[in-house]
Design a protein around this ligand. Structure first.
Ligand SMILES: Nc1nc2c(ncn2[C@@H]2O[C@H](COP(=O)(O)OP(=O)(O)OP(=O)(O)O)[C@@H](O)[C@H]2O)c(=O)[nH]1
Ligand SMILES: [Mg+2]
Length: 462
């Protein structure tokens, strides 16, 4: 058995906390059946011994209606469905019982407490999935796909996560590793039998296979831009001077009165963030405090926060008011100037405003009546489309991107060194290193700390 696995029995509520139609308590480990059956009653008239026999006779992977009864007080806690699943074909590869009870916080907690008092330990965040990984059912990239799938809030985010979860991404990596180890084998044979003078042709041939792998790694690395957007959402920041209509635009884009709008400059002081979905794509809109110098301490904190958000944005809409007496140009060209209030401003005013922002990409809108806002939506969609390729294999995870880059760099280093006249031995060193980085993505050759840090980010009960 893997030494990282703590072989005890664990339990947690696997559905979200709060009230719901049903709630599921998952129990996993060698004592899962023995513990669960102590709480199980087949009916209100069946005693503990008979219920226990019924539980034993229940086939694996089936559900049985029953009641949860406190082993301490004999009190009936809830009417439930018991799911019994015997190892190894379970989520964790261990014996698993899933108690489907009513989804009230109090009832779920009381059942959980009963399990704990019978010696079951509270599961740590991600511990069920960690066991699935340590028991070899899924690899690390697939486990990370589980987390992304849980967190995916839009259709496109889900699609990107699914590639990891269903193992296609892992297979691609494994294929590359196999090619690498085959190439290493060829060189090592050439080195072991110098009398056959295989070294020079082997290098040319190796270089060809390595270049092919490098190209694949490059393509994956490039896909991270779009992958990250699909996973985390496109960060769109709405900035500009006070009273320009930033909050009105946020409300227009999100479709409801999210932010307070008044004609008093300096209405918004803090950051207002709103997650939304545009054509299945995840977008985070951020409304910010109007950019100006002020005596007001609170407002200046808001302005500072706004500047940080602008620096960290994927897309900035700089809202400009054609009625503004002291307009201000954005500090960067990397934004779209959005001239607002076109419902009220005369063509001359709009034209003057456009001249002031000469050199920037400019769009005209009215947050008040919605005119021109579709063009902003198109700009958002363009951001998602820009990195699109025929391949749906997208890198969504920063850890994976880092390792893919390291793997590619190692191969390039090897090729460069050989071309500069170094002996072939050095290329195999780089190739082993490159294969090692790919292995870290799927969880072969990773340290315990890396594994822990990944699973700690999971939610409780998963
Ligand atoms: N006519 C017209 N008025 C608008 C439009 N957009 C905003 N306004 C008005 O402009 C004023 C300021 O709007 P806000 O959305 O609060 O502006 P803001 O940029 O968020 O302002 P601060 O939070 O103070 O920085 C309000 O009186 C709005 O009704 C527009 O498209 N047309
Ligand atoms: Mg505002």
């Amino acid at each position: 058995m893997n030494t990282l696995i703590e072989g005890d029995t664990i339990a947690a509520i696997s559905t979200p906390m709060g009230s719901g139609g049903i709630g599921i308590i998952r129990v996993s480990g060698p004592e899962a059946f023995a513990t669960a059956k102590k709480l199980f009653r087949a009916s209100l008239h069946t005693n503990e011994v008979e219920s226990s026999l019924i539980f034993d006779a229940l086939p694996s992977h089936s559900l049985r209606h029953g009641y949860v009864v406190s082993h301490k007080t004999g009190e009936t806690l809830d009417e439930c469905l018991f799911g019994k699943m015997a190892a190894p074909r379970t989520y964790t590869c261990e014996d698993v019982v899933e108690i489907n009870c009513h989804g009230g916080t109090a009832v779920m907690k009381s059942i959980l407490q009963e399990l704990f008092s019978l010696g079951v330990r509270p599961a740590k965040p991600g511990e069920f999935t960690k066991r699935a990984f340590l028991n070899g059912r899924i690899d690390l990239a697939e486990a990370e796909g589980v987390m992304d799938t849980i967190n995916a809030e839009t259709e496109q985010s889900h699609k990107a996560a699914a590639v990891q979860l269903d193992g296609r991404f892992s297979k691609e990596l494994k294929d590359m590793r196999t090619k690498l180890t085959e190439a290493i084998g060829e060189i090592e044979v050439a080195l072991a039998y110098p009398e056959y003078e295989m070294d020079v042709p082997a290098f040319e041939h190796t270089k060809e296979s390595l270049t092919e792998i490098i190209e694949k790694l490059e393509a994956l690395s490039k896909s991270y831009g779009r992958g990250r957007l699909l996973r985390d959402g496109l960060k769109v920041v709405i900035a500009g001077k006070p009273n320009a209509g930033k909050s009105s635009l946020l409300n227009r884009l999100t479709g409801y009165e999210r932010a307070i709008v008044t004609d008093i400059p300096g209405t918004t002081r803090d950051i207002i963030e709103e997650f939304t979905e545009i054509d299945g794509y995840p977008v985070i809109f951020t409304d910010t405090a109007g950019l100006r110098e002020s005596e007001d301490k609170i407002e200046m904190i808001g302005v500072d926060k706004a500047k940080k958000k602008i620096a960290d944005a994927d897309l900035v809409f700089f809202v400009a008011d054609p009625f503004e007496k002291e307009p201000q140009q954005p500090e960067t060209k990397d934004c779209i100037v959005v001239i607002n209030k076109t419902d009220k401003a005369s063509p001359e005013k709009i034209s003057d405003c456009k001249k002031f922002f000469d050199g920037w990409e400019i769009l005209e809108i009215s947050a008040a009546n919605g005119n021109g806002v579709d063009a902003l939506i198109d700009k958002i969609k363009e951001k998602f489309d820009s990195g699109k390729s025929g391949n749906d294999m997208l890198l969504t995870n920063a850890r994976h991107k880092d390792l893919i880059d390291k793997s590619r760099e190692a191969l390039q280093r090897g090729i460069d060194a050989c071309e500069a006249g170094m002996p072939l031995d050095c290329i195999t060193y780089d190739m082993w290193e490159s294969a090692g980085f790919l292995g870290e993505i799927v969880g072969e050759s990773v340290t315990e700390e890396v594994i822990d840090s990944i699973f700690e980010r999971f939610c409780l009960g998963k």
